[in-house]
Design a protein around this ligand. Structure first.
Ligand code: FE2
Length: 183
């Protein structure tokens, strides 16, 4: 499967533009992480891009979410490693975070929302002038973007990244696709 096929399938299954942008942001961060670790960028990118493809199909039912997503990814031709990362990013199904890919997707998922929220409170609402240090400050404000799970982000330590390093890498990755994210 190539990226275009994955995007076609996303467009067929997801109407919410914010959700699509979240997946594009996750893709960008996952690719950057893969580059950082010398892993397969295309494969890691697909895991990020496809990870929430079933959110609307499952009607936001977290007890179904990611089981269907992993199946859809397999049907599209994604590797078993990608399907497992998608399954395990929702920790409700008892699938453990085994590979570095699994762990990377898990901590990346909430990071996109924190970065978007930090951009949107700027006067220009853009990513370009946003600095990692201000995201680190926002990270510590529990009430800010409260839905972005801090504990989950902090698990970046499981892939060998300190939080500041992870945030910096994620921010730079999202800046590169800012236009696609409308930021
Ligand atoms: Fe997600």
């Amino acid at each position: 499967m190539d990226r275009e096929e994955a995007l076609d399938s996303i467009r067929a299954n997801v109407e919410n533009e914010s959700l699509i942008k979240h997946m594009l942001a996750a893709e960008a961060i996952m690719r950057a992480l893969a580059r950082h670790f010398g892993e397969d960028e295309a494969e890691w990118g697909l895991a990020g891009l496809l990870h929430d493809i079933d959110v609307e199909l499952t009607d936001n039912d977290m007890s179904a979410h990611s089981i269907l997503g992993a199946d859809l990814a397999r049907e599209l031709g994604a590797s078993e490693a990608v399907a497992h990362a998608i399954l395990a990013h929702n920790q409700r199904h008892g699938a453990s975070l085994e590979s570095r890919l699994d762990k990377a997707l898990f901590c990346t998922d909430p990071l996109t929302g924190l970065i978007v929220a930090a951009a949107l409170v700027r006067p220009d609402k853009k990513l370009a002038g946003l600095e990692a240090s201000s995201i680190e400050k926002r990270f510590k404000e529990k009430g800010f973007a409260a839905g972005a799970n801090r504990e989950q982000m902090a698990r970046c330590i499981d892939i060998g990244l300190e939080l500041d390093e992870f945030i910096g890498l994620g921010l730079e990755a999202m800046k590169k696709v800012a236009a696609k994210l409308g930021l």
